[in-house]
Design a protein around this ligand. Structure first.
Ligand code: NAD
Ligand code: UDX
Length: 481
């Protein structure tokens, strides 16, 4: 029986290994992590991450051929294939701070593999890493020269949160990069056989190591670039009376462009896009390509602009001050169907409103008060260590913030409502009831274009929707970017 061990039981390691175990009953899969809390949660009824369909997959395989453990040494030494799916955050200090990937976690994983291995291993980069990382990993793995043969593969993960299970069941492609040597090709074949249990062969792409590593950064940069492109156009739409949804539809009808990933928003969030683009920017700088670096940096700059533009719109609409005013925030997760808040635009929007002395009342169906407290207290880029932090109540951290489990409670007596995540339930709220409970004039700032602005205007709201023609009120009170 082939044995797989995965280091890192996070958003990628957990779901990916659960699906491998489900689709390959003859393979034993053990997911290990240095966080005992995370492993306990994976072994409980309350999984550590919310992801539609994940519970069912885990329930079917856990205890059969899927295991979660903190015994790293045992499972690493027994495995044939070791996936490394640890976090690779942005460096917060030292050389490359604010751009370069922090490979501390990866390096300690590689050192652990080198120290405890007694037989040949295939080591798979599942984490997103800078191009050429495999070279460094190889050096670490072979440093204590025990005569063990290691084959490093790059097998980046393309799943998106909220749709992870369907993405893993039916991936657009699986990418495997390896050394172009007989041993390297054998290792690629071994991993290909795992995926071939459910992925059609023509969707399993094999490349050299550096192409696979770079493709992951490039794919995320391209995706994020589309959002920054449509968000840049959204600003022009507001200035001219064009409607960004109509423009995006017309543009996306061109089969060369395609309709996906053109939804204007308050900005992209999530643990990957910003981090991976900054990583790409740093790599370009290091390779003496300042023009290329500047090009990609602009994608992040437009994203920051979009978030601050949103805050400015809220403040300017309310007579240029939100001091002491209650503002309801509906949605804190970075997208719907996840409880993940890493790099969520809600953090920057809330911080912007708090900076203008608003009282912010937050509701998200999947995000806890502790999590929101940590996020609002955290420095930029520190978010990739949240599981190691102590819980913190937002009220302890900041008297201006409250968190509720009810949208109506959050909006009661508020001056404005900011919709920051596109949860389906926000489309179905009783906006008449919300309007009746609010201060007047009552505002809705829809950062995800989820509500029917026409209906809300009929109720009496002043409505701002990203990239849509502006109400007269908003035209009279222009936002200064
Ligand atoms: P995560 O923070 O949810 O999980 C990482 C886990 O690794 C944590 O539980 C941490 O405790 C553990 N860990 C750290 N060092 C370890 C070690 N030495 N040994 C064992 N465990 C260790 O991160 P994630 O979202 O799963 O992302 C993991 C990687 O996958 C990152 O490189 C990320 O860029 C990439 N990725 C993420 C996504 C996504 O949607 N989240 C998608 C594709 C790729
Ligand atoms: C992304 C990539 O899609 C995935 O392939 C990669 O493996 C990890 O990073 P993820 O961050 O989980 O996945 O979610 P994604 O659906 O890409 O959304 C990222 C952000 O962009 C979210 O905040 C989302 O709301 C925003 N977004 C997405 C838009 O603002 N407009 C869009 O049209 C699409």
């Amino acid at each position: 029986m082939v044995k797989i061990c995965c280091l890192g039981a996070g958003y990628v390691g957990g779901p990916t290994m659960a699906v491998i175990a489900l689709k390959c009953p003859k393979i034993e899969v053990v997911v290990v992590d240095i966080s005992t809390a995370r492993i306990s949660a994976w072994n409980s009824d309350q999984l550590p991450i919310y992801e539609p369909g994940l519970d069912e997959v885990v329930k079917e395989c856990r205890g059969r051929n899927l295991f979660f453990s903190t015994d790293l040494e045992k499972h690493i030494s027994e495995a044939d294939i070791i996936f490394v799916s640890v976090n690779t955050p942005t460096k917060t200090c030292g050389l490359g701070a604010g751009k370069a990937a922090d490979l501390t976690y990866w390096e300690s994983a590689a050192r652990m593999i080198a120290d405890v291995s007694k037989s040949d291993k295939i080591v798979v980069e599942k984490s997103t890493v800078p191009v050429k990382t495999a070279e460094a990993i190889e050096k670490i793995l072979t440093h204590n020269s025990k005569g063990i043969n290691y084959q490093i593969l790059s097998n980046p993960e393309f799943l998106a949160e909220g749709t992870a299970i369907q993405d893993l069941f039916n991936p657009d492609r699986v990418l495997i990069g390896g050394r172009e040597t007989p041993e390297g090709r054998n290792a690629v074949q071994a991993l290909k056989q795992v995926y071939a249990n459910w992925v059609p062969e023509d969707r399993i792409l094999t490349t050299n190591l550096w192409s696979a590593e770079l493709s992951k950064l490039a794919a995320n940069a391209f995706l994020a670039q589309r959002i920054s492109s449509v968000n840049a156009i959204s600003a022009l739409c507001e200035a001219t009376g064009a409607d960004v949804a109509e423009v995006a539809y017309a543009v996306g009808k061109d089969t060369r462009i395609g309709p996906k990933f053109l939804n204007a928003s308050v900005g992209f969030g999530g643990s990957c896009f910003q981090k991976d683009i900054l990583n790409l920017v740093y790599i370009c700088d290091c390779n003496g390509l300042p023009e290329v670096s500047e090009y990609w940096k602009q994608v992040v700059k437009i994203n920051d602009y979009q978030k601050s533009r949103f805050v400015n719109r809220v403040v300017s609409s309310m007579f240029n001050t939100v001091a002491g005013k209650k503002i309801a925030v509906l949605g804190f997760a970075f997208k719907k169907d996840t409880g993940d808040t890493r790099e969520t635009p809600a953090i920057d929007v809330c911080k912007g409103l708090l900076g203008d002395k608003a009282k912010v009342s937050i509701y998200d169906p999947q995000v806890t008060e502790d999590q929101i407290g940590r996020d609002l207290a955290m420095n930029k880029f520190d978010w990739d260590h949240p599981i190691h932090l102590q819980p913190m109540s937002p009220t302890a951290a900041n008297k201006q913030v409250t968190v509720t489990w009810d949208a109506y409670e959050a909006t009661k007596e508020a001056h404005g409502v900011c919709i920051l995540t596109e949860w389906d339930e926000f489309k179905k709220l009783d906006y008449k009831k919300i309007y009746d409970g609010m201060q007047k004039p009552a505002f809705v700032f829809d950062g995800r274009n989820v509500v029917d602005a026409g209906k809300l205007r009929e109720i009496g709201f002043i409505v701002y929707s990203i990239g849509k023609p502006l109400d007269q009120w908003l035209k009279d009170m222009p936002a200064v970017a």
